[in-house]
Design a protein around this ligand. Structure first.
Ligand code: GLA
Length: 409
């Protein structure tokens, strides 16, 4: 009996040990809504500096971006020197960051913002700077000491590495520091992180790099980026995997970088419908009023940041006109009509004929039983309610985003 009991004891001990060792201990509660901020890569690549960070931080405050929810200022690839120091520690590039990285983090924090950095799970970053492979715990201590709040972790020079293992190790290393650091996985969806990263990171890239291409496939120099619409099509199949604390990341925003005004609205609206992390990637220093009005549209951002954290789904698709639905807290819905065609498209909706059930949230839409008031979020205008038909035209590559709130009689 005694031997039997001790066998059970050791068996239980083994199970506890095994389950805690394969399950990363990411710090929970850090990204209960999709993270929002700005990242240097899309505009500046490796041409970054302390002065740039200061200018961007100032502009995040002055433009109202911070108050609209953009919290993280993230330096992407290129912040390091080409080699580690003699102790194996990372060194910030002394020319770009003459006062070190901690001073930069302090400046960003003094503006009421949070600060993030980038590295890679492989031996080098994609731009050839020192990668983290074999230095996970040492680098995590470096980040904690530098007082960073966010780490984007890429997947270049990672031949022979297992993604689950590499990202889990880094997740554990970060958690061990005790410093709350949002962990952003960037292996482009190669290893389907939505299946294994819920306890490893707070967001994971689902696809390759986005470019200023709205739809289809177009070469930019020697590179063929993912278009916004191709990414969107891919995300549609992943909605079951996102939720508070763990988000699908369709890549950073290209708003203000060359799309038409309608395309900027469409791209931004769809990212909000997807409950995507909203990382602006444009040059905030020279941002136009029109761009600011897209990025800082609080009503549309509210759709993204809704506490339920449910990604939208495509209800219908016909003649390049799509209807996407996102259940929101309090029984509300966001509805986005997306015109992907190069021509105007009419919308003619009898809400009473639109009954359906969302299989993920189990939310029923039946406007015969439940009526909603309607607001056009880009025009900031209340429309009539769902007892009446909606008839309008959506211009090419543009959207109509509606918020439907319960009509209390
Ligand atoms: C990869 C990532 C990009 C960016 C660059 C930096 O391509 O997907 O988002 O971080 O590396 O080199």
């Amino acid at each position: 009996m005694k031997i039997y009991c001790s066998r059970i004891f050791y068996f239980l001990l083994f199970i506890i040990f095994f389950s805690t060792s394969v399950r990363a201990q990411k710090i929970e509660g850090l990204a209960l809504t999709p993270p929002m901020g700005w990242n240097s890569w899309n505009t500046f690549q490796t041409k970054i500096s302390e002065q740039l960070v200061k200018d961007i931080a100032d502009k995040m405050v002055k433009s109202g971006m911070r108050d609209a929810g953009y919290t993280y200022l993230v330096l992407d690839d290129g912040w390091m020197a080409m080699d580690r120091d003699k102790n194996g520690d990372l060194i910030p590039d002394p020319i770009k960051f003459p006062n070190g990285i901690k001073a930069v983090a302090a400046y960003v924090h003094s503006k009421g913002l949070k600060f993030g950095l980038y590295n890679c799970a492989g031996t080098k970053t994609c731009a050839g700077y020192p990668g983290t492979r074999g230095y996970e715990y040492q680098d995590a201590r470096f980040y904690a000491a530098a007082d960073i709040d966010y780490l984007k972790f890429d997947w270049c020079y990672a031949d022979g590495q297992q993604a689950i293992e590499s990202y889990t190790t880094m997740s554990k290393a970060l958690a061990k520091t005790g410093k709350p650091i949002v962990f952003s996985l960037c292996e482009w969806g190669n290893n389907k992180p939505w299946h294994w990263a819920v306890h490893v990171g707070h967001l994971w890239r689902t696809t390759g790099d986005i470019g200023v291409v709205f739809d289809g496939s177009k070469k930019l120099g020697d590179w063929t980026p993912m278009s916004a619409m191709r990414i969107l099509d891919f995300e549609d199949s992943l909605r079951n995997y996102a939720g508070p604390g763990h988000w699908n990341d369709p890549d950073m925003l290209e708003v203000g970088k060359g799309f038409t005004p309608g395309e900027d609205r469409a791209h931004f609206s769809m990212w909000c419908m997807l409950a995507a992390p909203l990382m602006a990637g444009n040059d905030l220093r020279t941002m136009s009023v029109a761009t600011t009005s897209v990025l800082a549209n609080k009503a549309v951002i509210e759709i993204d940041q809704d506490k339920l954290g449910i990604q939208a789904y495509r209800l219908s698709k016909k003649d390049s006109l799509e209807t996407w639905m996102k259940p929101l807290t309090g029984g509300s819905w966001a509805v986005c009509f997306l015109n992907r065609s190069k021509n105007d498209r009419p919308v003619d909706i009898d809400w009473a004929l639109q009954g359906f059930t969302d299989t993920l949230s189990h939310r029923i839409f039946n406007s015969v039983v439940t009526q909603y008031k309607i607001k056009d979020l880009w025009k900031n205008k209340n429309l009539v309610n769902t007892t009446q038909k909606l008839k309008t035209i959506i211009p090419a590559h543009d959207v109509l985003v509606l918020r439907l709130d319960l009509l209390k009689s």
